[in-house]
Each structure stands twice: as C-alpha cells, then as structure tokens.
Design a protein around this ligand. Structure first.
Ligand code: CA
Ligand code: CA
Length: 83
C-alpha cells in the first residue's frame, strides 16, 4: 500500500520538489553526504551518525542511497502520521 498515493496533488508536488532540493548533484539519489546537508538545513547538527540512522530508516533496499521511491514513501508516511 502506497502512502504517497494517499496524498493530494499539491502534497505530491511538494515532495518531488523537496527531493530535488535534497539531491544536490541531481543524480536522482540522495547519498549520505547530501543527507547530512539536508539535516543541517533543517537546523540539526547533521552528524555522520544522524545521517546514517536516517538513511537506515529510509533506505529500504539497503544500497546506501535514497531513491525517489524510497523518499516519497518516507515523506508521505511522516506526513500522514505513521504507518
Ligand atoms: Ca545525489
Ligand atoms: Ca535505496
């Protein structure tokens, strides 16, 4: 069941835009370095450990990078408040 599909068009658009902002080099994946920058932009410390913990939560296939499919479901899940 896709959480993302429960969002309305505006919300889906905002998640797409957020992904593009996070994906600083535009390779369609968010890597650990980019994730650290995102955490800093959100006002957190952006330590290696914080980024790794978050990566582990979002990176469902475990390849060490966040694809848009992984990102959009994580964002939608948070937005909708849990599972
Ligand atoms: Ca990237
Ligand atoms: Ca992945």
């Amino acid at each position: 069941m896709s959480q993302f599909n429960k969002l309305n068009g505006d919300q889906q658009e905002q998640i797409k835009q957020a992904f593009e902002i996070c994906d600083a080099d535009g390779n369609k994946h968010i890597d650990l370095q980019e994730l650290k920058e995102v955490l800093k932009a959100l006002g957190m410390e952006g330590t290696e450990q914080q980024a790794k913990d978050l990566m582990k939560d979002i990176d469902l296939d475990g390849n060490g990078m966040i694809s848009f499919d992984e990102f959009k479901e994580a964002m939608a899940g948070w937005w909708l408040g849990g599972n």
